[in-house]
Design a protein around this ligand. Structure first.
Ligand code: PLP
Length: 396
């Protein structure tokens, strides 16, 4: 313990794992548990993609550090098709999950990291491990937790030439919300004004179930890195394959990241890279699969959202991915009578008393005294049961 690197001292395993552990214990004790804590795709990998994996199970050699050329070409085509942006194989980097690529970009880039909150649980711990300074930008409930262009401007204005990476994640984990085209354009303008690097985490882009996903790279192509991968839209989180698509101007950053990759993970699993070619090629089977995923997520998400809103919680309607971010503050007085004053106690008590597993807003960078929570509607039975009995949350 004494010889622990200062940067990792004080870090603990994520809140997601703790809640998961506790819900497993309850379920083992015979209690009914609504597993709405862990954000894992509820869908199987498309059959054509698992077949491609089987066909390439014999691939055993190390592949090029930036990724298999054919895969990089396919991913570039995919971005041209899906987001209408200019891309080619040389601008793609493949890694063992987008999380690893995010870690390496933070390690490699010199500058501040700007994180709007609420935001995904791992951005900040990665910054701590590396010793990178974080500039938090709290967003507001009345803006549906979206980062407003003037908020971004305020962060950059003080020291306009300081190098910065700004993380933008949409559809968002934890809110399930996304940006309008107008907002993306305005954010892009601010990003251009200060020449920031935008790390656009679009891992849920294909699961935008209330409309079409558009990348901010369309409006700020010269400074946007698009992060994606197989984990969510292809249901293959455990396969570990992530992709970064770089603008031409950040070739130096991509090359430096490839050096770090070559000295750490070497290359991404070979059979998975071959299977990923099939996934990113798209075609009728994949389109059908995605249509069905979006349809189910839209039904479950909206059903649950309506039920939770009717119980008096404040919650933004879902747009994509599989999350809702219910805010219990309208019930604050009633919860206070029961000794609940913060999001962690709220989640612990919900699990113990109603068997509903949610994650506390605190894990997503929100102040502890706030009563925000994240709900992942990936357990369809649990979501349906909760929608039928939303009073479980109101504690009546
Ligand atoms: N970004 C967000 C917002 C996520 O929710 C996740 C996974 O939970 C990731 C990135 C990491 O995904 P990957 O499996 O590609 O590492």
């Amino acid at each position: 313990e004494i010889n622990l690197n200062l940067n990792v001292r004080g870090l603990s395993q994520s809140a997601t794992l703790a809640i998961n552990e506790a819900s497993r214990e309850l379920a083992a004790a015979g209690r009914e548990v609504y597993r709405l804590g862990l954000g894992q795709s509820p869908f199987p990998v498309p059959q054509v993609v698992t077949q491609a994996l089987r066909d390439h199970a014999h691939e055993k050699d190390y592949l090029p550090v930036k990724g298999l050329k054919e895969l990089r070409e396919t991913v570039a085509d995919y971005h041209r098709r899906a987001e209408g942006i200019d891309a080619d194989a040389d601008r793609i980097l493949i890694g063992p999950g987008s999380k690893e690529l995010m870690f390496i970009v933070q390690l490699t880039y010199y500058g501040d990291l700007v994180i709007p909150t609420p935001s995904w649980v791992s951005y900040a711990p990665q910054a701590h491990i590396i010793g990178r300074q974080i500039r938090w930008v709290p967003t507001r409930a009345e803006n549906d937790w979206r980062l407003m262009p003037e908020e971004l401007d305020r962060v950059c204005r003080n020291d306009p030439t300081r190098p910065r990476i700004i993380i933008l994640n949409y559809p968002s984990n934890p809110t399930g919300d996304t940006y309008t085209l107008e907002e993306l354009k305005e954010l892009a303008e601010v990003a251009r004004k200060y020449r920031v690097v935008l790390l656009s985490d679009e891992i849920y882009g294909e699961l935008h179930h209330q409309g079409e996903h558009v990348s901010i790279a369309r409006y700020y192509p010269e400074g946007t890195i698009i992060s994606s991968g197989l984990s969510k839209w292809c249901g293959a989180g455990g396969w570990r394959l992530g992709t970064f698509c770089f603008p031409r101007s950040l070739r130096w950053l991509q090359d430096a990241m490839a050096v770090v990759a070559s000295e750490t993970f070497t290359s991404t699993s070979s059979p998975i890279q071959f299977a990923a070619i099939r996934a990113f090629q798209g075609g009728p089977e994949i389109e059908q699969y995605l249509r069905e995923c979006r349809y189910m997520l839209s039904l479950v998400g909206r059903h649950l959202w309506r039920a939770l809103s009717e119980t008096g919680l404040s919650v933004t309607p879902p747009a994509g991915g599989f999350y809702l971010f219910p805010d219990f503050s309208p019930l604050r007085a009633r919860l206070a009578e029961r000794g609940i004053h913060d999001s962690e106690t709220l989640c612990k008590r919900l699990l113990a008393e109603s068997g509903v597993a949610l994650l506390p807003g605190r894990a997503f960078g929100r102040p502890p005294e706030e009563l925000t929570t994240r709900l992942a509607y990936v357990d369809f039975d649990g979501a349906a049961a909760l929608a039928a009995a939303p009073d479980l949350l109101a504690g009546r």
